[in-house]
Ligand binder design. Sequence first.
Ligand SMILES: Cc1cc2nc3c(=O)[nH]c(=O)nc-3n(C[C@H](O)[C@H](O)[C@H](O)COP(=O)(O)OP(=O)(O)OC[C@H]3O[C@@H](n4cnc5c(N)ncnc54)[C@H](O)[C@@H]3O)c2cc1C
Length: 391
Amino acid sequence: MLNRQKSLTRFRDEEFDLAVIGAGINGAAVARDAAMRGLSVALIDRGDFACATSSRSSKLIHGGFRYLPQGQFKLVYGALRERERLRHLTAPHLVHPIQFLFPVYRGRGFNRLTMAMGLTLYDLFAGMPFKEWHSTLNAAEVRETEPALSRDGLTGGAMYFDAWADDARVTFENVLDADLHGAAVANYASVENFSMTDGQIASASLRDLLGGVSFELRATKFLNATGPWVDQIRRMDDPLSKPCVRLTKGVHLVFARTVLPVRESIVLGDERGRIVFVMPHDRYVLVGTTDTDYPGDPASVRTEADDIEYLLAVLAESLPGIKLKNADVASSFAGLRALVRGEKGAAAPSAVPREEVILESSSGLITVAGGKFTTHREIAQKLVDLVMKRL
Ligand SMILES: Cc1cc2nc3c(=O)[nH]c(=O)nc-3n(C[C@H](O)[C@H](O)[C@H](O)COP(=O)(O)OP(=O)(O)OC[C@H]3O[C@@H](n4cnc5c(N)ncnc54)[C@H](O)[C@@H]3O)c2cc1C
């Protein structure tokens, strides 16, 4: 079982095959995969496990229907296959089905035909049994299913299945499994610098943030899985390295179900057709997300007034009978997407591809950036294949 003190002693005494920096979903999944393949692994996080992006997602284990019109077929196909694997094979106790109502409005986003075509592709990619396939609805059926929805320009809609999970718990179970397979694991331990031998990273200076002491962590390979902080770690390796990620902020609001009494999980759109999810879970309803460039310090990301204003406006327009005020927001959380940085004059945040990028520096630091929570197992497999090759 997890024993932080024992892990810290191992960090001091052993030389590991692989040291993974960051215990969000990507780092945790890599540590698990590598430990299962018999490598000696160290996994560390500066905060608690899953304290950053991996506890602030929309909690969907999904293909991402909205990526289909962007032509990101490979991403959607891979993510749907991973969704089904998690649902049925690896984590059926953690990954649950969620059924969405997706209303269609005249002159906005999908029409009934493109929606039906897209969802057929979505269900086909997932390889779902026919009984779980989407169904299309006419306007009267949509109104009956969710009376709170705006009727202005409503032409119909669809019901389709996706999946959701408690993101922090999935991450933590990966950490636990890495530990069970022999990895040395510690939270509240921060990598502060690297030391080189013959141009290769030989050790990292590690600070135990609870004990206040620093020491050297030795490993043959180092993996940078620090999400919004990947560029900070890359600069420790090479001060001249160019940023590889673009950070965008995503905010979710939480309402009591009594003030937002929707019956279904719904896919709403803003006036430009950008998707916002409304997802009732038990006594609360999760609403999100925003997607705006974030130039600040990743540690300071928080919900701002304009994030709340944007999400309340989408709700007011789409669910006109439900009047929500700022004071109805029970809670909120903000996370940062580490999107792959494109050329100058890049696309709007929502249009940036969500596929991961794997980089390797001349001193041997492997960095993973971008990616979806849903595809963590596949990302980890690719990374550990690379580590095995290098070892
Ligand atoms: C708003 C939002 C909604 C999303 N919704 C979904 C969704 O519904 N479905 C989906 O599939 N994906 C979703 N994603 C994407 C998904 O959440 C991310 O791809 C995933 O969580 C990234 O995990 P990570 O491990 O790379 O980063 P993180 O979870 O951010 O982990 C990085 C870790 O590195 C640690 N760290 C940083 N610096 C150091 C250091 N010096 N030393 C030690 N540790 C350090 C941090 O403490 C942190 O825990 C969403 C993302 C956002 C932002």
